[in-house]
Design a protein around this ligand. Structure first.
Ligand code: ADP
Length: 354
């Protein structure tokens, strides 16, 4: 069905609808001068509320109110750094899943890339965001080396001017998966202005909301640790759920426990955890060798094990060649394990309401 043009409804009608929104006591929810901007294009409209720290719930109510008044238009409601488009994720039925590891080097990027490709092979439309500001190497793992990065990205992000969809950035595409990275955003231009938590939340909200994704599921390779950057992600991004990846080492799991507490604090549900590099199959005698002592902290915390990825040197050589292992050996045991993880994630998301 063709969508009617939102421009025909007009800015004035949308402003009037917003101004008619009421609190339970009958007072207006918004002053007319708080409606800072309305941008219309095709069957789509963005509305900007001029408040810096609005409750999430206000955005959701404004969205429901507008959707009720103009059911044929897709609305995006913005205020400060918050955006709401309906649903639990970054739109109705569109999910953001964060891949998190307490420590760096536990296999977050490896899991993110191979999981995204596995979900894509299962017919899900997937995008992947490299959110690891300290080491944005995910494009490299996918063999993606964009020649050109728009030069004014830094300015666009800082200006916070709301653009119509047709003027927003498009993701790169590789192996049928959409890809964006903080590394594409020339962060050095912003470094003097923003750092830590603010840099992470500005860049990542930009990547989720100001890029025109076709994908229904965005996998974010999250920053390591449980510091400010992760707080920003947990608090400000529309995370449907998180996947932990750690080695079975007690120390790694202790770090993961701290991160788990952070997610609980921000009410981000955890889909489960993936044990990485737990074991090695000896190439000489085919015996299993345990590489770490085995810790059960995360299982005791009630997290489901989604899968176990053994140490396999092909995972790192495949990464260096820019062709992840699930593509290089799609019928092998590691691809099989990823298929198990992918099915569990898809199932978990489908059981959540939109
Ligand atoms: P993180 O994103 O947590 O920093 P990476 O995914 O970059 O971790 O992994 C760290 C290093 O370990 C990389 O060189 C990667 O290729 C390698 N690696 C990760 N998982 C495995 C595995 N199961 N077997 C062999 N090498 C692995």
């Amino acid at each position: 069905m063709d969508r009617p043009d939102a421009t025909e409804i007009g800015v004035a009608a949308i402003r009037a609808a917003l101004a008619s929104m009421r609190e339970p006591d009958g007072s207006p929810s918004l002053n007319v001068d708080e409606i800072a901007d309305v941008v219309l294009e095709g069957g789509w409209a963005a509305v900007v509320i001029g408040r810096e720290e609005p409750p999430k719930e206000l955005l959701a109510r404004a969205h429901a109110h507008l959707a009720g008044a103009f059911p044929e238009v897709d609305f995006e409601v913005r205020a400060g750094r918050r955006v709401f488009r309906g649903g639990r994720g970054f739109g109705e039925g569109r999910h953001v899943v964060a891949v998190i590891g307490g420590k760096g080097g536990v296999g977050k990027s490896t899991l993110s890339v191979n999981l995204a490709l596995t979900l894509s092979a299962m017919g899900v439309s997937v995008g992947i965001i490299d959110g690891d500001l300290s080491a944005p190497d995910l494009p490299h793992l996918l063999g993606l080396h964009p020649k050109e990065t728009p030069r004014d990205f830094g300015w666009q992000i800082m200006s916070r001017k709301v653009k119509p969809l047709s003027e927003r950035a498009r993701p790169h595409k590789r192996f049928d998966v959409e890809v964006m990275s903080v590394g594409f955003l020339v962060p050095e231009r912003m470094a003097p202005v923003l750092a830590g938590r603010e840099l992470a939340s500005t860049l990542l909200s930009y990547l989720v909301y100001d890029v025109v994704w076709q994908a229904d599921i965005l996998v974010i390779d999250a920053p390591p640790g449980s510091g400010d950057e992760l707080h920003a992600i947990a608090e400000e991004l529309p995370l449907s759920g998180a996947i932990f990846v750690t080695t079975p080492q007690d120390l790694a799991q202790m770090d993961a426990e701290r991160t788990l507490a952070l997610l609980n604090e921000h009410h981000v549900p955890v889909i489960g955890w993936v044990q990485n590099m737990a074991e090695l199959n000896c190439p000489h005698c085919a015996k299993r060798i345990d590489l770490f002592g085995s810790s059960s902290r995360l299982s005791e915390a009630g997290l489901a094990v989604l899968g176990r990825i053994p140490f396999d040197v092909r995972l790192s050589t495949a990464a260096d060649q820019g062709r992840p292992l699930v593509l290089g050996d799609p019928t092998g045991p590691i691809a099989f394990e990823f298929a198990k993880i992918g099915s569990a994630v898809r199932q978990w998301l489908s059981e959540r309401q939109n």
